[in-house]
Design a protein around this ligand. Structure first.
Ligand code: M6R
Length: 363
């Protein structure tokens, strides 16, 4: 039932504050991670893990890419790969590496095959981040950290992605504990997670303004998403959403790569979308955006209200009170809404985009 919403996708976008809170339920308490909630087997694996390999497809892969920054930040070596490549590569497994899969459905053929393959490869064990308790992935993994997004009907993944990121933040906290995170730091990070549903709520309140913004996209044939750090995979996710449901060709680039090729594509017909959080890479991103402006590219920014943007012309919507550790989750929301409203304007089948299936159970 779509309730008052026109599409399942919009309903699922608006469910995010609730399902994020649900995913945190019973897992954090009074500034502490309740690690026991991961189950007994998890402790053994997390104690022993010296590194992590993350395998996933599509949107779930993007969640893995964000998590890599989080894990490396606390000192855990991490590599991330799409399952279809992992399967056919001669993988060298470093000692004591935990095999992590991420999947909404838990039935994606390549991800499942990669998990099965991993069992013969000398990994420490397997952990999955998954949304479907009775799925093959959950049954066949040593540990399952469930996302509690509820059924996701729209083919374009939205609430599954943000709840995956929440589960991966919890995993990062568990590993950070083993890498010297003190109580004070843990408290801050847990509080940042606790305030996430409220912040996502604020991001959702931009929906009407984004609908307005989408008018500038409906006639475009291309779009470029830029980001640095964790916001690069967020840009990849924004581009995937736009191409999946509006059929506009969209690419994501790390902003620092512009000069190495994609800048040649920028002219007045190329909308450039970028999240501008208040983070240490801000000045660098702004100077990349300056390059876009110099070529006449039209900028669409989602930025932190505290920052000053010294660009001659841009469209921007601002977010307030965003915490650094959860900012990639919050900034995903306006990108989902932009894709959604653009697709509605174009009149595509938002919930069932052409050529795509919700769950890819064949190779
Ligand atoms: O069920 P999974 O998370 O394993 O699915 C992976 C991808 O097929 C999925 O994320 C796909 O890319 C979505 N259509 C993205 O919106």
């Amino acid at each position: 039932d779509k309730g008052p919403y026109r599409h399942y996708m919009l309903k699922e976008i608006f469910e995010q504050p609730a399902v994020i809170a649900e995913t945190l339920e019973g897992r954090i308490y009074k500034g502490r991670l309740l690690e026991e909630s991961f189950g007994h087997e998890a402790k053994r694996l997390l104690d022993a893990a010296k590194g992590v390999h993350i395998i996933a497809c599509g949107t779930s892969y993007h969640a893995g890419l964000v998590a890599r920054y989080w894990l490396e930040e606390v000192g855990v070596p991490c590599s991330v790969e799409v399952a279809s490549e992992f399967r056919y590569r001669q993988v060298v497994v470093p000692k004591d590496t935990l095999f992590v899969t991420i999947s909404q459905s838990g039935e994606t053929a390549d991800t499942l095959a990669a998990l099965r393959e991993s069992k013969k490869m000398g990994y420490l064990g397997s952990l999955c981040v998954c949304n479907v308790p009775e799925s093959s992935l959950v049954r066949e993994s040593d540990v399952a950290v469930m996302t509690r997004a509820g059924p996701e009907i729209g083919v374009a993944s939205t609430k599954a992605f943000t709840t995956q990121l929440v589960a991966l933040r919890l995993l990062a906290l568990a590993l950070a504990r083993r890498h010297g995170m003190d109580r004070e730091k843990e408290k801050t990070l847990v509080e940042e997670l606790e305030s996430l549903p409220r912040q996502v709520e604020v991001a959702l309140s931009l929906s009407e303004a984004i609908e307005e913004m989408a008018n500038a996209f409906a006639e475009k044939t291309h779009a470029l998403f830029l980001g640095r750090g964790t916001f690069y995979p967020v840009a990849m996710e924004g581009a995937l959403k736009l191409k999946e449901i509006s059929y506009i060709h969209a690419e994501a680039y790390p902003a620092g790569e512009l000069k190495h090729g994609p800048l040649a594509l920028v002219d007045a017909d190329m909308p450039v979308i970028c999240a501008l959080p208040n983070d240490p890479l801000l000045e660098k991103v702004l100077s990349n955006l300056q390059e876009v402006r110099a070529r006449g590219g039209e900028l669409f920014l989602f930025s932190d209200e505290r920052i000053r943007i010294n660009l001659d012309h841009y469209h921007s919507l601002t977010l307030a009170d965003i915490c650094p550790s959860t900012a990639p989750i919050v900034y995903t929301i306006p990108l989902q809404l932009l894709a959604y409203h653009t697709a509605v304007l174009k009149g595509t089948d938002v919930d069932q985009p052409r050529n795509l299936a919700k769950s890819v159970t064949v190779e």
